[in-house]
Design a protein around this ligand. Structure first.
Ligand code: PMP
Length: 416
C-alpha cells in the first residue's frame, strides 16, 4: 500500500486505497492535484449528501464569516444557534408532528451515540443496551461496545457491561423473524436476559454492509420496547438526512423512536455537527452531565440552516432520490445478472445501496478498477465484501449513468 502522507498513522481506515491527493471538489465531483476529475459515489461516507461546496451554503457561510459572526460558542446562546433550532423545528419536526428536545452532544456522530446510551441508562436506571449483529455506532468506547463487529472492537479489547448482541433483521435469512427470538428471550425469565435500558439500531446498516431492516421487523422491535419498558434509539447518523430518500430513514416504517442520533450530513457542508434528539420527558440531564468543548460550532449551524432551507422545505429531493434509486437498482441488478459466475446480492434503499460480492477480494478489485476509471466508491460489510454505492443526493441522471457504466465495465473486466 502506497503511503501518501508519511506522517499520518496507519490507523487511517476508509479510503486507504485511493492513491491520489485530492485538491478541489464541486457537487458530485472531486479533482486531484493533477487536475483529474472523479465522480463521487461515496459522499464522505454519508457526510456530503448534498455534494461538495454547495453554492447556497458557501455563500451563507462566507457572509457569516465576513460579518464576524461568533465561531465557537460552547454552550452559549447564539443568534445562529437559535436560527438553526427554529429552522430544524419548522422544516423537520413540525411537518412530521415530532416533539423532541435537542442536545448538542459533541462534534461528531459517536458523541451523539454516547449521549443516547448515557441518557437511556440514566432514565431507566438499568445498564443493559441491546444492539444488533453488524451494527456500527462509532469508535468511542460506549459506541464501540454496541458495535456488532468484534473485529472493530479488537483495537481496544473492551466490552461495556450490559451490551447485549442480538441477530439483526434477516440475519438468519428469510423465514425466521429475529424479532420473535428477542420476544421469546424477553418474555421468558429463564432465558437469562436481564431487561435492558434500551435497544439501539440502524434501519439500514451502513458500515455493516447495507443490511436493510424489514419495516415489520422495526415495528415489532418498537412494540417490544413499549411492552418491556425499554427505550428505542434509532441511530440515523448515516441513514438519515435523506440518504434513504426521506429526511429520517425510519419514516416509512411508521415508528417513533424515543431517541434519535443525527450527524454526518446534518451540517450539509461537511462540517462537524451532531445532535441527539430526546423525547422531552426523557431529557433529564443535569447541567454538565454530558459536556464537551466543540459543540457550539456556529459555522456548522449556518450551513445546516441553509441546507434545511434549500433542500427540505418541499419533498423534491426525496422524490428525485427515490425515482433515481429505482433506476440505479435496476441497472445494478442487470450488471449482476449479466455474469452467471457473479453471485452478488443487491440491497438498499434510496441512495444507500450495496452490492454484496461475497468476498473482500472481489469487492476490492471491482472498487479499485472503478477508481482507475475515476469513480470513487468504498467497501463495507463484515469482511469488507460489500461495494457501497452512495452518490450525493444531488447527482444528475447523466452522472449516475456514467458511474454505473464504469461499474459495469469494472465488473466485466474483473470477472472475465
Ligand atoms: N453511527 C453510524 C450509523 C455511523 O455510520 C457512524 C459513522 N460511520 C457513526 C455512528 C459514527 O459517527 P462518527 O464517525 O461521526 O463518529
Amino acid at each position: 500500500m502506497e503511503t501518501i502522507n508519511r506522517l499520518e498513522s496507519e490507523v487511517r481506515g476508509y479510503v486507504r486505497s485511493f492513491p491520489v491527493k485530492f485538491k478541489t471538489a464541486k457537487a458530485n465531483h472531486m479533482v486531484d492535484e493533477d487536475g483529474n476529475d472523479y465522480l463521487d459515489f461515496f459522499s464522505g461516507a454519508g457526510a456530503l449528501n448534498y455534494g461538495h461546496n454547495d453554492e447556497v451554503m458557501k455563500k451563507a457561510l462566507l457572509e457569516y464569516i465576513e460579518s464576524d459572526g461568533v465561531t465557537h460558542g460552547l454552550d452559549m446562546a447564539t443568534v445562529q444557534k437559535s436560527i438553526f433550532l427554529k429552522t430544524f423545528e419548522d422544516v423537520v419536526m413540525k411537518p412530521r408532528n415530532m416533539e423532541y428536545k435537542i442536545q448538542f452532544p459533541g462534534p461528531t456522530g459517536t458523541n451523539a451515540v454516547e449521549a443516547a446510551l448515557k441518557i437511556a441508562r440514566k432514565v431507566k436506571q438499568r445498564e443493559g443496551v441491546l444492539f444488533f449483529t453488524n451494527a456500527y455506532h462509532g469508535m468511542t468506547l460506549g459506541a464501540l461496545a454496541v458495535t456488532g463487529n468484534a473485529s472493530k472492537r479488537g483495537g481496544a479489547g473492551v466490552n461495556m457491561p450490559g451490551a447485549i448482541p442480538m441477530p439483526y433483521s434477516g440475519y438468519f435469512g428469510k423465514g425466521r423473524d429475529t424479532a420473535d427470538d428477542l420476544e421469546m428471550l424477553l418474555k421468558n425469565s429463564s432465558s437469562g436476559l436481564e431487561k435492558p435500558a434500551a435497544i439501539i439500531l440502524e434501519t439500514v446498516q451502513g458500515e455493516g454492509g447495507i443490511n436493510v431492516a424489514d419495516f415489520d421487523w422495526l415495528k415489532k422491535i418498537e412494540k417490544l420496547c413499549h411492552e418491556h419498558d425499554m427505550l428505542l434509539i434509532v441511530d440515523d447518523i448515516q441513514a438519515g438526512v435523506g440518504r434513504t430518500g426521506p429526511f429520517f430513514s425510519f419514516e416509512p416504517a411508521g415508528i417513533k423512536p424515543d431517541i434519535i442520533t443525527v450527524s454526518k450530513s446534518l451540517s450539509g457542508y461537511g462540517l462537524p455537527l451532531a445532535i441527539t434528539m430526546i423525547r422531552p420527558e426523557l431529557d433529564i440531564w443535569n447541567p454538565g452531565e454530558h459536556n464537551g468543548t466543540f459543540r457550539g460550532f456556529n459555522h456548522a449551524f449556518v450551513t445546516a440552516t441553509a441546507a434545511l432551507n434549500e433542500y427540505w422545505r418541499d419533498d423534491k429531493l426525496e422524490k428525485k432520490v427515490l425515482r433515481q434509486s429505482e433506476h440505479v437498482m435496476t441497472r445494478m441488478q442487470g450488471i449482476i445478472d449479466a455474469h452467471t459466475r457473479f453471485k452478488a446480492e443487491l440491497r438498499g434503499r434510496g441512495f444507500f445501496i450495496g452490492m454484496d460480492c461475497e468476498n473482500a477480494e472481489l469487492a476490492d478489485e471491482i472498487a479499485a478498477e472503478c477508481f482507475k476509471h475515476r469513480l470513487i466508491l468504498e467497501t463495507a460489510g463484515p469482511n469488507d465484501n460489500v461495494m457501497k454505492v452512495m452518490p450525493p443526493l444531488i447527482t444528475p441522471d447523466e452522472d449516475l449513468d456514467a458511474g454505473l457504466d464504469i461499474i459495469e465495465k469494472a465488473v466485466h473486466t474483473v470477472l472475465e
